[in-house]
Design a protein around this ligand. Structure first.
Ligand SMILES: *Cc1c(COP(=O)(O)O)cnc(C)c1O
Length: 412
């Protein structure tokens, strides 16, 4: 008898309707997961079910639909809290996306707390969403931003980080997994060193939350942000985790309904956490669907996803080695994320992406919202293939074949 061990992807691919189509008469190979992930049926059905049966505004009504909507909305918050091991759902604030979550901290904490000369430490590999809000804070407060550079292996430069930390450091905001380099930064150690000098730490978990187990209590960070759409959830929903005492001390972000306890013509009082930061009617269906996405990931097992993606990464990098003319960015060793950003001399990344699309392969080309990092490499952009657990080893092989054919077509 032959026992066939099926890969994770073959077991769950049927859950993703969008993957089963042809693009330009070729089977779609979706390798743009670092930009956004696809959505399983369970998530699509959660949205449909909500609008067909439960749609009502939350937290306001006594009627059945409003109670159901509120319960589902708050249950999803509990799922997010459990997923990252927050101490309580009150530490989870829904936002539109990770970008809004970072801006919330910039406006509600940094603008109040930072003064001229205070120091913010970021790294050169940060996404624009973890650069621009702090640049805006620096412009308004006079705070100074310092950047951790890269090692020779193109990873987070730990010794440079240590040398930048001082009693003047008030905030450290660092990406967990780089969306361009694919390196995994030592967030626990980063947090513990920052806390020793009294600085607060924000972790950008956009590229880690979808792919590996996260434990905010173990990491010890003060804030952590992620976007739902990169972890099988819909667009329009993300979250901010913040330690309860810190969120309590922060001033509100946007003002309006839902975030208040009492309103008078002369003053107002804030609602309790986390509602204090959720002004106006929220993205109810999207929050509930994010809960469904988390259920889906949890049922597969985020550890299983991480283990399978490690296999994909190994295979991807083994096969990419066959193409020596590729300049791949970031560390080339196990433990990195299942993505590869690269350039080929004499070829524009967007031309490459366009031709790959003709063969059904979806990869990204451009600066991936990391322009300063690309500038360090003297590149205006790069091509990036990024994988998720529904991708297969066979898709990697097809991608490599198509990539080789395309490069020879361009004569590079
Ligand atoms: C995608 C991404 C962001 C921004 O996410 P949005 O959903 O656009 O807000 C921030 N940081 C990293 C590392 C990302 O990959």
């Amino acid at each position: 008898m032959i026992t066939q061990t099926k890969s994770l992807a073959t077991k769950i691919r049927a859950d993703f309707p969008i993957l089963h189509q042809k693009i330009n008469d070729k089977p779609l190979i979706y390798f743009d997961n670092a930009a956004t992930s696809q959505k399983p049926k369970a998530v699509l059905e959660a949205i449909k079910h909500y609008y067909e049966y439960d749609n009502a505004n939350v937290h306001r009504g006594a009627h059945t639909l409003s109670v159901r909507a509120t319960e589902a909305y708050e249950r999803a918050r509990e799922k997010v809290a459990d997923f990252i091991n927050a101490a309580s759902p009150q530490e989870i604030v829904y936002t539109r996306n990770a970008t809004e979550a970072i801006n919330l901290v910039a406006y509600s904490w940094a603008l109040n707390e930072l003064k001229a000369g205070d120091e913010i430490i970021l790294s050169v590999m940060e996404h624009h969403s973890n650069l621009v809000p702090w640049r805006m804070v620096a412009q308004r407060t006079g705070a100074v931003i310092k950047y951790v550079g890269l090692t020779e292996d193109e990873e987070f430069n730990w010794s440079e980080y240590l040398s930048l930390l001082s009693s003047g450091t008030r905030l450290v905001s660092i990406v967990h997994v780089s969306n361009t380099l694919g390196c995994v930064n030592p967030v626990e150690a980063i947090v513990s060193k920052a806390h020793q000098v009294g600085a607060k730490v924000l972790i950008d978990a956009c590229q880690s939350a979808p792919h590996k187990p996260l434990d905010v209590q173990k990491i010890g960070c003060d804030w952590l942000v992620a976007s739902g759409h990169k972890m099988c959830g819909p667009t329009g929903i993300g979250f901010l985790y913040g330690k309860q005492s810190i969120l309590e001390a922060m001033s509100p972000f946007l003002g309006g309904g839902e975030m208040i306890a009492e309103v008078f013509l002369e003053r107002f009082t804030c609602a309790d956490l986390p509602h204090k930061f959720e002004a106006g009617t929220p993205a109810i269906a999207e929050s509930i669907a994010l809960g469904a996405a988390i259920d889906y990931l949890t049922n597969i097992g985020i550890e299983n996803i991480a283990a399978y993606e490690a296999q994909l990464t190994e295979h991807l990098f083994n096969r990419l080695e066959e193409i020596p003319q590729l300049r791949i960015y970031g560390p080339q060793k196990p433990g990195r994320a299942a993505l590869a950003a690269f350039n080929v001399e004499g070829l524009h990344a967007s031309d490459l992406a366009t031709l790959l699309d003709e063969a059904g392969v979806a990869i990204r080309s451009g600066h991936h919202c990391t322009q300063p990092l690309h500038r360090l490499f003297a590149a205006s952009g790069s091509a990036r293939a990024s994988l998720y657990f529904y991708n297969t080893l066979a898709e990697i092989d097809d991608f490599i074949l198509i990539l080789k054919e395309t490069l020879s077509f361009f004569g590079v």
